[in-house]
Design a binder for this molecule. Structure first.
Ligand code: FES
Length: 327
């Protein structure tokens, strides 16, 4: 991805969807069209301050605009506060994407699990399943009912699809019964979940313990609560420093043990794109031209890792002495 991958949109509507959650409608400049997308896709948004943040597309792919929803995160790093506090209607924003690491695979039925603002990709998935006549059910949990965005839309959609919808506020009904959800998932279903890292970890543990036959696909919105980064030098990575060649200029940087590729690249390319620095947002995804990347992100699937065409350079390492990146 390069700067030429970015394009402009105009914010044409901002709406309050729930307590501390607003949606933004992003329209193409006059006469233009936006790149197409499928359920599960996200975009990178460059905010007026220059911060880059990722948001799932939660509208309808058939519409000529994009819709995203943003939760104000008081413990966040400024992106959500900027969106909530800036009068954005009529302003131009710059986007990159859409990209999709959370693609809806064909299945006989879907079981969706959403936690909080993690409902955004799930909403477009439920819409897609409804449109294609694939049965689905959704378990959606939030802190309390007022914080749960798109509850009305989901009720209408579930009614239209004849789908089972469970909306559950932690304050009145307690957390989602993840073990029960896993136990009761039909054999021919795929389980898709999006939400906080803790919820996803608990769901993964329930699947491992109860239903090895069930395929769980997840997308994480926040860093893991107990991040366990693999230090450079462990797994298959060499303990020694390695070299990274930036193919577009031929420059070479050295990544010292304990440093990240992103740190080394930043020394010569201060404008290199990144956001979370924890391997879950995808902003720093970079094409690998040669060498053997070591993946430590929570984005790429096993299949994508095996192919080794891209990597997240904020957390990834190298199992060879040299990596050549499309930078
Ligand atoms: S900066 Fe977020 S995955 Fe690398």
């Amino acid at each position: 991805m390069t700067d030429t991958d970015w394009f402009q949109v105009v914010v044409t509507q901002v709406r309050l969807e729930a307590d501390q959650v607003i949606s933004l409608v992003l329209s193409p400049p006059a006469g233009g069209a936006l790149p197409s997308w499928e359920a599960g896709a996200h975009i990178d948004v460059r905010l007026p301050s220059g911060l880059i943040r990722q948001y799932s597309l939660c509208g309808d792919p058939d519409q000529p605009h994009y819709t995203i929803a943003v939760l104000r995160e008081y413990a966040g790093r400024g992106g959500s506060a900027e969106i909530h506090d800036t009068a954005l209607v009529g302003r131009t924003l710059t986007l990159r994407g859409p990209r999709n690491h959370f693609m809806l695979q064909p299945a006989a039925r879907y079981v969706f699990v959403a936690g909080g603002i993690g409902v955004t990709p799930i909403l477009s998935m439920a819409r897609h399943a409804t449109r294609h006549g694939v049965p689905w059910s959704l378990h959606y949990g939030g802190r309390h009912a007022d914080t749960m965005a798109f509850a009305g839309k989901l009720r209408r959609l579930s009614h239209q699809a004849g789908a089972a919808l469970s909306l559950r506020g932690d304050d009145t009904a307690g957390a989602l019964p993840l073990t029960e959800i896993v136990r009761e998932a039909p054999e021919d279903s795929l389980l898709y979940a999006c939400g906080p890292a803790g919820m996803l970890a608990a769901l993964r543990a329930a699947v491992d313990a109860e239903r090895a036959d069930l395929t769980l696909l997840t997308e994480q919105f926040t860093a893991a609560e107990s991040p366990a980064p693999v230090p450079i030098g462990e797994d298959s990575a060499p303990a020694a420093a390695f070299e990274v060649e930036l193919a577009r200029t031929g420059e070479t940087v050295t990544v010292e043990p304990g440093a990240s590729i992103l740190d080394a690249v930043r020394e010569v390319r201060p404008d290199v794109l990144y956001s979370c620095e924890e391997g879950f947002c995808g902003t720093c995804e970079t094409k690998v031209i040669a060498g053997q990347p070591v993946h430590r992100d929570t984005i790429l699937s096993e299949g994508e890792r095996a192919v080794g065409k891209t990597m997240m350079i904020c957390v990834g390492g190298c199992a060879s002495r040299r990596l050549v990146l499309d930078l």
